[in-house]
Design a protein around this ligand. Structure first.
Ligand SMILES: Nc1ncnc2c1ncn2[C@@H]1O[C@H](COP(=O)(O)OP(=O)(O)O)[C@@H](O)[C@H]1O
Ligand SMILES: [Mg+2]
Length: 363
C-alpha cells in the first residue's frame, strides 16, 4: 500500500513556539511509519518556513534549523506540495494531508488554516472560522452564551475606551463583577497577559497589561474553581473523552505553572467527579464544540465552582498540547483510545471534512 504523505507543521511565531516543538516531536515519534511518510516543516520564530528531513531529536532544542532547507507551500490547489530550493535546484515534496501542530496566534487562529483552504488540502482540526472564534475569548463566550451554554459573568472593553475613560470603566467592573476578577487579552493563549486583580490598583495595571497584547480586553468574575478539561474528537458526531482535572502548582494556572514549574502541577486522569458531573461535562463539551462549528478536535476547558458545583465553559483549544503527557491525548488514553490511534482518527476526520466541503458548490 502506498504510504500517506503527512506534512507536520511545527514551531510558529507565537509565544508557544517551544511548546509546539515538544508537541510535534511526540506526534512524529508516535506516528506509524509503515503507514505514513512524514514531512516535517518548521516555521521559525521569524516566520520562515523550512523543510526539515533530519533526526526528530533535533526539533525540541531548536538545532533542526541548522540543517533545514527554506521551503514554500504552494497555494496552487493542483500542486499540493512544498517547494524547496537548494544550490539552485528546485525540489517538490507532495503532501496528502497536513497536521499543523502549532499553538497560539498564527497557528491555531485560522490564519495557517486559510492557507490549507487555498491549497484545497485536508488538514487536522478546525476550519478557518471556527479556529478564529475559539482563539478569540470574547467571541467564543458571546456565541456560547447566546446558545444557552454556561459561561462566567464578564465585561468587554477596547483599548481605545480604556484610554479615555478608565475611571468609569473601573467603576463599572467593580459594580458588575467585583474583586477578585480576571483580566485577559481576548486573543492569546498560555496565560500571557492574564492577571487576577484583587483591588482597584491591581485592576488598573491588569487592564493596561492586557492592552499590550490585544486591543480587546475581557474581564471575568473570579470563580474559586476546580479546573476540569474534556477532549472532543470527530466531525458531525463528535465524541467526548472522560474529563481530566488540573491542580495548578500556583495561585492560578499561569504561564509559570504551565511551562516552567515542570511537573509540579498535578493532573488527575480521569477527574474525580461524580458520574452525573461526567455526563454534564461531556454534554457541555460536545455542545460547545458544535456551537463553535469545530471539526476534528478541541479540548474544552471548564471551571467548576468549589462552592456551588456549577460548571462553566472557560475556553476551547483547537490545537491543544500534544506532548505525551499533555491532557488532550491523555484524556483519550484513559477513555480507551491510544495516542497512536488518536492520530489515525484525526487524519481520517481531516479527509472526511474536505470531502464534505468539496461536495458543496462554492460558486
Ligand atoms: N474567571 C476565572 N476564575 C478563576 N480562575 C480563572 C478564571 N479565568 C481564568 N482563570 C485561571 O487562569 C488560567 C488561564 O486562563 P485561560 O482563560 O484558560 O487562558 P489561556 O488561554 O491563556 O489558557 C486558567 O487556567 C485558570 O487557572
Ligand atoms: Mg487555558
Amino acid at each position: 500500500m502506498k504510504k500517506m504523505k503527512v506534512g507536520i507543521i511545527f514551531g510558529g511565531q507565537s509565544g508557544e513556539h517551544e511548546v509546539s516543538l515538544m508537541s510535534s516531536t511526540s506526534v512524529i515519534k508516535v506516528m506509524d511509519k509503515t503507514k505514513y511518510d512524514i514531512i516535517p516543516i518548521g516555521i521559525t520564530k521569524e516566520g520562515n518556513w523550512k523543510l526539515f528531513l533530519g533526526d526528530v531529536s533535533k526539533i525540541q532544542d531548536g538545532s533542526w534549523q541548522e540543517e533545514a532547507i527554506p521551503a514554500l507551500l504552494s497555494p496552487d490547489p493542483n500542486y499540493k506540495c512544498i517547494i524547496t530550493l537548494k544550490d539552485g535546484k528546485e525540489s517538490r515534496y507532495y503532501l496528502d494531508v497536513v497536521f499543523p501542530v502549532l499553538h497560539g496566534p498564527r497557528g491555531e487562529d485560522g490564519t495557517v488554516q486559510s492557507l490549507f483552504e487555498m491549497m484545497n488540502i485536508p488538514y487536522v482540526s478546525c476550519g478557518v472560522t471556527s479556529s478564529a472564534l475559539c482563539m478569540d475569548k470574547v467571541f467564543a463566550k458571546q456565541i456560547l452564551e447566546q446558545n444557552g451554554l454556561p459561561v462566567v459573568n464578564y465585561k468587554v472593553f477596547y483599548k481605545r475606551e480604556l484610554a479615555v475613560r478608565m475611571p468609569e470603566i473601573i467603576s463599572e467592573i467593580e459594580e458588575h463583577l467585583g474583586y477578585p476578577c480576571f483580566v485577559k487579552p481576548s486573543n492569546l493563549g498560555s496565560s500571557v497577559g492574564i492577571s487576577k486583580a484583587l483591588d482597584q490598583k491591581d485592576l488598573k495595571s491588569a487592564l493596561l497589561l492586557a492592552t499590550k497584547y490585544d486591543t480587546k480586553v475581557l474581564i471575568e468574575k473570579f470563580i474559586d474553581a476546580r479546573e476540569i478539561e474534556c477532549s472532543v474528537l470527530g466531525n458531525d458526531e463528535p465524541r467526548a473523552s472522560l474529563p481530566g482535572e488540573i491542580i495548578p502548582s500556583r495561585d492560578f494556572y499561569d504561564y509559570k505553572a504551565k511551562y516552567l514549574d515542570g511537573d509540579k502541577s498535578k493532573l488527575l486522569l480521569p477527574a474525580p467527579v461524580s458520574r452525573k458531573d461526567i455526563g454534564r461535562i461531556q454534554d457541555y463539551a460536545i455542545r460547545a464544540f458544535k456551537t463553535l462549528d469545530c471539526s476534528g478536535m478541541a479540548r474544552v476547558d471548564f471551571l467548576m465552582s468549589k462552592v456551588s458545583g456549577n460548571i462553566y465553559i472557560n475556553e476551547l483549544n483547537t490545537i491543544p498540547g500534544f506532548t505525551n503527557i499533555s491532557m488532550y491525548p491523555k484524556m483519550w488514553e484513559v477513555s480507551g483510545l491510544s495516542y497512536k490511534d488518536l492520530i489515525d482518527e484525526l487524519i481520517k476526520f481531516a479527509f472526511e471534512r474536505l470531502q464534505q466541503k468539496n461536495e458543496l458548490k462554492l460558486t
